[in-house]
Design a binder for this molecule. Structure first.
Ligand code: LLP
Length: 415
């Protein structure tokens, strides 16, 4: 996280003291670097510049309108999985022709709206969904552009909760059935076959699963060609991992170059990716304040004001996320191996276990790499309003989402 550094023991983000940012906007607080997000996207895009391509940022990773709008300005496409995500991307100014629609349970209303605005492609995840899209398109007198999401049955070697490309996962159409379903799709009056799609999981730190999946996809592309079905684009999904601790994931250019080597015989096929985490994870931090310190027996707790409601990754996936003090303590301050825990009434409400810190009441801590699947997975559990979000760059910082108010907690509820 290059935009973070200590100066005289104090942590700064793009030259702004974390303590000052926290004072102005309060805690818990998400802070993102726009420069980092743009740089990540541009690197991915540049790696593909020799080919017709589209980077479709997976907005589930972080769907704040300011982030989406920054990517719109770079020319990004978007991968969405719900009508809510569709409306967000449109609100942020996205070109519908650059939107691909993934997800296993697209409703009739969602399909109608996507057809109405004219998205680039539906990534179809089952035969039943294909027929629903055909029916809706026929009724609206439109032609639906589709890809089949193929489940290549490869081990992504990641946490089971974020692995999606194995036979037992609910995602996609098994590669053995792919040819058959494509043949059926080709016969449908209001379906236009555009591409082929796969996404095998998230936080992948090795290239081999991507390459194995690509082999399966390409052999299907060949079979389709023999069957007279032309594929205009291949969507390799997202999944590229990032460094949370000491992982050394491939760079986006490594991934792209390795895949492009396999694609020399397919010069006219457009290449799509759906990266989420690799664009935003290390752009973001969560600033939290220590409310209390509690020492009991051999247990040391730093009880902070951010919890699993704000950042669920450690609780849900046992994810390890770096925790830094906003101010480094002098040698006179006692340090302990703290469990950094939140305010939520659940034992799993932990942000980090056994972290050596010299934390004291009212200190600020910073959870790193929180730009992806942080705010977007936040909830109001225990009736906590969700945190504010701030964008920083070298010159300024600005609020990009207000802290929720108590009134917002019961908005829409009826006594
Ligand atoms: N495309 C599809 C169809 C997806 O399902 C996903 C993520 C992506 C793209 C983006 O994958 P990425 O590049 O971000 O790995 N909440 C979990 C991650 C869940 C990922 C779900 N799908 C976490 O915090 O680790």
């Amino acid at each position: 996280m290059d935009f973070l550094n200590y100066q005289n023991g104090k942590l700064f983000a793009h030259g702004h003291a974390i303590a000052d940012i926290a004072k102005q906007y309060g805690t818990p607080l998400y802070v993102y670097s726009q420069n980092y997000i743009e740089t990540q996207w541009i690197e991915f895009d540049n790696a593909l510049k020799r080919r017709k391509h589209l980077i479709c940022y997976a907005i589930k990773a972080n769907s704040n309108l300011a982030i989406l709008n920054a990517l719109v300005k770079l020319g990004s496409g978007f991968d969405i999985v719900s009508q809510g995500e569709l409306e967000r991307t449109l609100k942020a100014g996205a070109d519908p022709k650059k939107i691909v629609f993934s997800g296993v349970a697209k409703s009739t209303t969602e399909i109608e709206r996507a057809l109405d605005v004219g998205i680039k492609c539906f990534n179809v995840e089952s035969e039943a969904e294909l027929y629903r899209i055909q029916d809706v398109a026929k009724r609206l007198n439109k032609v639906a552009p589709i890809s089949l999401r193929i489940n290549p049955d490869v081990d992504a070697k990641t946490h089971p909760y974020i692995s999606t490309g194995l036979r037992e996962n609910k995602f996609g159409i098994s590669h053995q059935l792919g040819l058959d379903v494509y043949k059926k799709a080709a016969k449908l009056s209001h379906i236009e076959i555009c591409g082929i799609d796969c996404h095998i999981g998230s936080q992948l730190t090795e290239l081999s699963p991507f390459l194995d999946a690509a082999d399966r996809i390409l052999s299907l592309v060949d079979e389709l060609k023999s069957a007279g079905i032309t594929i205009k684009h291949i969507d390799f999904g997202g999944g590229l991992g990032v460094c949370y601790d000491d992982e050394v994931p491939p760079k986006s250019s490594d991934l792209v170059n390795a895949l492009l080597k396999k694609l020399t015989h397919y010069p006219d096929i457009e290449i799509l990716f759906e990266p989420g985490r690799s664009i935003v994870a290390n752009s973001g931090i969560l600033i939290t304040k220590v409310e209390y310190i509690k020492h009991q027996d051999d247990n040391h707790f730093a009880i902070v004001d951010a919890g699993m409601n704000d950042l669920i990754r450690p609780a849900l996936y046992e994810a390890w996320m770096r925790i830094l003090p906003a101010e480094q303590a002098g040698p006179d301050k006692p340090s302990y191996r703290y469990n950094v825990v939140g305010p939520i009434c659940e034992s799993s409400d932990v942000l980090g276990k056994e972290r050596e810190l010299a934390a004291q009441q009212d200190d600020l801590l910073v959870v790193c790499s929180a730009g992806a699947y942080g705010f977007s997975m936040a909830s109001n559990y225990n009736s906590h309003p969700r945190p504010a979000e701030v964008m920083v760059d070298d010159n300024t910082h600005r609020l990009i989402r207000q802290r929720e108010t108590f009134d917002m907690l019961w908005q829409g509820e009826i006594i």
